[in-house]
Design a protein around this ligand. Structure first.
Ligand SMILES: NC(=O)c1ccc[n+]([C@@H]2O[C@H](COP(=O)([O-])OP(=O)(O)OC[C@H]3O[C@@H](n4cnc5c(N)ncnc54)[C@H](OP(=O)(O)O)[C@@H]3O)[C@@H](O)[C@H]2O)c1
Length: 509
């Protein structure tokens, strides 16, 4: 079977120059270059394109080509074809320079003109800000100062902004205000690589491409929703960043709330751009920020202590490199959120996420209500869990519908049976970085999978009060879960108060 193209993507993106700020960074090496190469191999990168890397490190085109040729061998997610890569490398250029200096942008402007002339490229330019968030506003200000943000009907100018977008509500608003002095909202592509994942995009297809689920996708049939984003890894080499951030800023404010809004949104009038984003933001606006009392009873925070996993001793968070030994940063969160609209009133959305947990998994569990009649005896009915639908996002991608079925044999015994769909069985599926779809979408001007500012603001309005209460009331019990466990006992107590328990499903191989 031939390799599947990315869903719905048949034509290559617009011819353009791709400028990467942070060209020597970790993200560029591990994700962006492999993703661009994958797009090229799938014939989704325009035949005519150029890349210009910008970073502080001294260098020129030749040195940069050498570096990325070494990097791609290490980080490519598919075999690298020599001819394909040679074409990519010779279209790659580099300028050294400090973002804080206007001269860098004057040099960049001249380089863009030179590269566009050499490759006979149109005026389209994609700027990817793969640099620390403190540079986001500065880069855009400097681009504007040298007129690189000016668009014409023949020449678009788009800016992809990495996460995090702000550290809290106030800083997110400031950043947005700074950006909007120089560019239009339609030029800003706030990236969330979770939304580039196959299964996350499949949520919309699953909900709105099938007629059987939408009629039951509401409070009448659904009792609760769970979203788990669990990592086995600790903070690795990112202790300095993580200690300033914590799991709510790193995972909940962006990825988890975005996935939640895809699960809960009303059907959009079309599947592109603002129609989807309008519906997503309505969900976030239906989640009323919690009062301090509600925060205390509906949220649990945790920080990992040492633990032993597979015979290996793992350090406590406070002993990780670049982490404050008295850190109050949370590495685990569980919370109950209520989406207060007609579709979801009184249906709890339980979310949990953390580092150094017992498994590496992202999954969404939709818990249906019990069948209304105890036809198979009260005892048996009690022993049987109601139906559940599980959307597996990673590491395995797929969907499980857990149904009840009669066990073979003369007696009427009922058991749970999973109906599994695994992406691995669904055509040949080349490993991707998660950035391919998003880079492609930016090149064709499709904003559907990028965060619009109103949804960023709405997410911060949900998490900001929680962070404020936690900041005011320092956790006294840290560390409160062992590395390799499922988090603090209080997280189990939180969900049990509502009569439920956390689920963790494995997708059948
Ligand atoms: N790494 C990931 O997996 C990941 C995942 C999600 C989001 N992100 C986001 O992506 C962004 C980049 O992260 P990263 O991990 O790639 O960072 P990184 O490895 O620290 O790389 C930073 C890059 O910025 C450049 N840089 C630093 N100061 C500069 C200046 N004054 N002028 C011009 N360039 C400058 C560096 O150039 P030199 O090397 O030449 O100094 C380097 O290329 C961050 O916003 C991060 O939050 C990263």
């Amino acid at each position: 079977m031939s390799e599947q193209p990315l869903t719905g993507h048949e034509q290559p993106g617009d011819s353009c120059t791709i400028v990467i700020f942070g060209a020597s960074g970790d993200l560029t090496k591990r994700k962006l270059l492999p993703a661009l190469y994958n797009l090229k191999a799938l014939k989704l990168l325009p035949a005519n394109f150029a890349v210009i890397g910008v970073a502080v490190t001294d260098g020129d085109d030749a040195a940069y080509r050498k570096t990325i040729t070494t990097d791609i061998k290490e980080f490519a997610t598919r075999p690298v074809d020599d001819a394909e890569w040679d074409d990519f490398a010779k279209r790659s250029h580099y300028i050294p320079g400090d973002i804080n200096s206007l001269d860098t942008f004057k040099t960049l402007s001249a380089k863009i003109t030179e590269v566009q002339t050499a490759w006979k490229l149109p005026g389209n330019v994609l700027f990817y800000l793969a640099v620390a968030p403190r540079f986001f506003a500065k880069v855009v200000e400097q681009l504007h100062a040298v007129s690189l943000t000016n668009q014409t009907p023949e020449a678009w100018r788009r800016v992809i902004i990495e996460k995090p977008f702000g550290h809290d509500l106030t800083s997110a608003r400031e950043l947005n205000c700074d950006l909007s002095k120089h560019i239009e909202e339609s030029q800003i592509y706030r990236i969330d690589h979770y939304l580039g994942k196959e299964t996350v995009q499949n949520i919309m297809v699953f909900r709105f491409g099938n007629s059987v689920f939408e009629p039951i996708w509401n409070r009448r049939y659904i009792e609760y929703v769970q979203i788990t984003v669990a990592e086995e890894l600790g903070v690795e080499l990112r202790g300095g960043y993580y200690d300033q951030s914590g799991v709510v800023r790193d995972m909940v404010q962006n990825h988890i709330l975005s996935v939640l809004s895809l699960i809960a949104m009303e059907p959009p009038s079309s599947i592109t751009g603002d129609s989807v984003r309008n519906e997503k933001v309505k969900v976030l606006e239906s989640i009323r920020p919690m009062t301090p009392e509600e925060i205390i009873s509906n949220t649990v925070r945790g920080q990992y202590g040492e633990g032993i996993v597979n015979g290996k001793s793992l350090p406590a968070y406070r002993n990780e490199p670049d982490v404050d030994p008295n850190s109050n940063t949370e590495t685990f969160v569980a919370m109950k959120l209520m989406v207060e609209n007609w579709r979801w009133a009184e249906v709890p959305f339980f979310i949990r996420s953390g580092k150094r947990l017992a498994a590496h998994t992202t999954q969404i569990v939709i818990g249906f209500r019990r069948a209304p009649l105890l036809l198979f005896g009260a005892q048996m009915q009690d022993d049987l869990d109601p139906n559940r639908l599980v959307i597996h996002v990673q590491p395995d991608e797929g969907i499980t519908l857990d149904i009840r079925a009669k066990k073979p044999g003369p007696n009427l015994n009922v058991a749970s049976v999973p109906l599994d769909f695994s992406y691995a069985d669904f055509g040949e599926h080349a490993a991707a970085t998660g950035y391919e779809t998003l880079l492609y979408d930016c090149m064709v001007g499709d904003t559907t999978l990028f965060h619009r500012y109103d949804s960023v603001d709405a997410s911060w309005r949900i998490v900001d009060p929680i962070l404020d209460v936690w900041q005011a009331l320092h956790a006294r019990d840290y560390p409160n879960y062992a590395a390799g466990s499922w988090g603090p006992a209080a997280a189990d107590a939180l969900i049990r108060k509502s009569g439920h328990e956390w689920h963790h499903y494995l997708l059948k191989a």
